[in-house]
Design a protein around this ligand. Structure first.
Ligand code: AMP
Ligand code: GLY
Length: 423
């Protein structure tokens, strides 16, 4: 079979790495891909929002399945478009992807079926948002309704900060995504991600993971897209997973279904494990990144038939096998990220690292420059290692990091610390 994976990050590198190993796969294409992905797949310079161009490529190359990595094309309806053209595609329809594309849609659905989530209010004008915020106590959370490339959430420590966040959103820093704003109670607890694949009716839990969102060690400093991750997440015990599935994920998928919307694809629930049990922070409709760089290397079952089963409504018959080992993924970013950083610095030493089933390097933001590999983004590499304990996996991951010669790179040295305390 011939596959097309859409995206250019660590998530897509992980998907190419995994799916290329499927006995059913003959060829993997990735658009647009990156330098690391080009050793697993043929990279094609397609624009992910140009559905016509993607369709033409699929028809010319007889693509058997398209796997969509990031949220923007999903929310814009790529799956509906390609399926209508007769091209099989894994991922949710635009209607189902609204769970990520509109926080208000997600919260209203939660309210309708009683899914535990933070108390909230929505606003479409600046003045009423300010009056509401002034009557609350800090910390308090302000969110742009729409997609804002992971930046539309402010956990404000003071009322002033919350007011400033709402003001910037209404002034348009996130464009149309911020024309409606949510103000939300700040939940307290440990955060973790629960991943499942759904086919419209059946929810097949994958595994759990936790990411480190802050740039600094000890989980301090500004938020990032994720500086590392580990899987499984010890805080998500079997009992909490069951509770999350029964009180959060299944009710939301059933609620969509009762509105005639089938959720097919990855259901990624961002959870806060509070004293009152798991509460839903957010829904994403795709794999988390870097979480999937820790999660998917633990999967023993061939992923490809699972993706087809999700598309075809046949997940009921599927069981998944996972490796018992723990995986730790350390992200290396360009120094300065998530603020200003420069791109173009040369990364040496990547060829000296032997990649095995227990250690691998996923590229997130790299390009070829002649013979050299250069950094081309904020988050640049994900170094994943598996081990019998978090501590062993962590040690192995940092041994690999230390073989990479990249003076302009940065990584945290404590990825997995919370899980090591639980080991
Ligand atoms: P979201 O994009 O909605 O996941 O928000 C990004 C991050 O903001 C989450 O991963 C949490 O760390 C934090 N966050 C979002 N909503 C809340 C909330 N209600 N209480 C506390 N933290 C939150
Ligand atoms: N690591 C968070 C995300 O993928 O949204």
């Amino acid at each position: 079979m011939k596959l097309l994976i859409l995206g250019s990050g660590g998530r897509e590198h992980t998907l190419c790495w995994l799916l290329r190993r499927s006995s059913l796969v003959d060829q993997v294409f990735c658009a647009p891909g990156n330098a690391g992905i080009s050793s697993e797949a043929t990279c094609i310079p397609l624009d992910l929002m140009d559905f016509i161009e993607i369709k033409a490529f699929c028809k010319t190359n007889n693509i058997d399945l398209v796997v969509v990595g990031p949220e923007a094309p999903l929310v814009a309806g790529i799956v509906d478009y390609l399926e209508k053209e007769g091209i099989p595609c894994f991922g949710p329809s635009a209607d189902a992807a609204k769970l990520e594309g509109s926080k208000i849609f997600m919260k209203e659905l939660c309210e309708k079926v009683g899914v535990p989530t933070a108390k909230w209010a929505k606003f479409n004008d600046h003045q009423s948002a300010l009056s509401y915020i002034e009557a609350q106590t800090a910390p308090i959370v302000v969110k742009a309704d729409g997609l804002a490339a992971g930046k539309g959430v402010v956990v404000a420590e003071t009322i002033e900060e919350a007011k400033h966040a709402a003001k910037s959103m209404f002034e348009g820093i996130y464009g149309e995504a911020g024309l409606e704003v949510i103000v939300e109670e700040c939940l307290v607890g440990e955060e973790a991600s629960f991943f499942a694949i759904a086919d419209g009716k059946t929810v097949l839990p994958l595994a759990t993971a936790q990411d480190h969102k802050r740039i600094g060690e000890g989980d301090t400093g500004p938020n990032t897209g994720g500086m590392g991750a580990y899987s499984p997440a010890p805080v998500l015990t079997e009992e909490i997973c069951k509770e999350s599935q029964e009180t959060i994920i299944e009710p939301l998928i059933a609620a969509l279904s009762s509105e005639g919307i089938e959720f097919k694809g990855v259901f990624y629930a961002g959870l806060m494990i509070t004293e009152d049990g798991p509460k839903l922070l957010e829904v994403n409709v795709r794999f988390g990144d870097p979480e999937c760089q820790a999660l998917l290397p633990r999967l023993k079952t061939d992923l490809l038939p699972v993706l087809f089963a999700a598309r075809d409504g046949e997940l009921e018959n599927i069981t998944l096998q996972w490796r018992d080992e723990v995986a730790v993924c350390v992200v290396m970013s360009s120094a300065g990220y998530p603020g200003n950083y420069k791109t173009g610095s040369i990364i040496n030493g990547l060829n000296n690292i032997r990649q095995t089933a227990d250690s691998m390097i996923f590229h997130a933001g790299t390009q070829f420059h002649g013979e050299n590999i250069i950094a081309s983004g904020g988050r640049v590499l994900g170094i994943t290692a598996l081990g019998n304990t978090v501590k062993l996996a962590q040690r192995k991951a940092y041994e690999l990091v230390d073989k990479i010669d990249w003076p302009d790179g940065y990584c945290r040295r404590d990825i997995g610390w919370r899980a090591i305390e639980d080991d």
